[in-house]
Design a protein around this ligand. Structure first.
Ligand code: AMP
Ligand code: ZN
Length: 115
């Protein structure tokens, strides 16, 4: 399924739920996390509905590569100059809350709320 009508992030992609977008192209969307842990905290998501890393196959390799390459670009554009953290939570024990694959990218001066 490329789009899940019950998925929060698919609704954000469709514009049915508002978000503070920082980047969009045909394959990816990035927006500010609603509960930031750090001064800058964005989520990078594929527009394709992939529930979690458990669902990944070889055909997704380029897409994951694009997410990884986008993270430093966005951090730089958002003024992060002293390093950042990227996190992908997977499944219940991984602490995943939203089941649409997403990469957290967090930066800015410490202390942070978490992490
Ligand atoms: P995870 O625990 O890795 O699944 O992270 C889900 C993230 O989505 C959390 O950091 C939430 O704060 C964030 N989040 C949930 N709802 C929204 C929303 N409507 N807009 C932006 N971020 C959200
Ligand atoms: Zn989705």
């Amino acid at each position: 399924m490329s789009h899940d009508p019950n998925c929060l992030f698919c609704k954000i992609i469709a514009g049915q739920i508002p978000s503070r977008k920082v980047y969009e192209d045909s394959e990816l969307l990035a927006f500010h996390d609603i509960h930031p842990w750090a001064p800058v905290h964005v989520l990078i998501i594929p527009k394709l509905h992939i529930a979690s890393m458990v669902e990944l196959t070889d055909e997704h390799a380029a897409l994951l590569g694009k997410m990884s390459v986008l993270a430093p670009k966005l951090m730089r554009e958002l003024g992060v100059t002293n390093g950042f953290r990227t996190v992908i939570n997977t499944g219940p024990d991984g602490g995943q809350e939203v089941y649409h694959l997403h990469m957290h990218a967090m930066g800015g001066p410490r202390p942070w709320l978490k992490g």
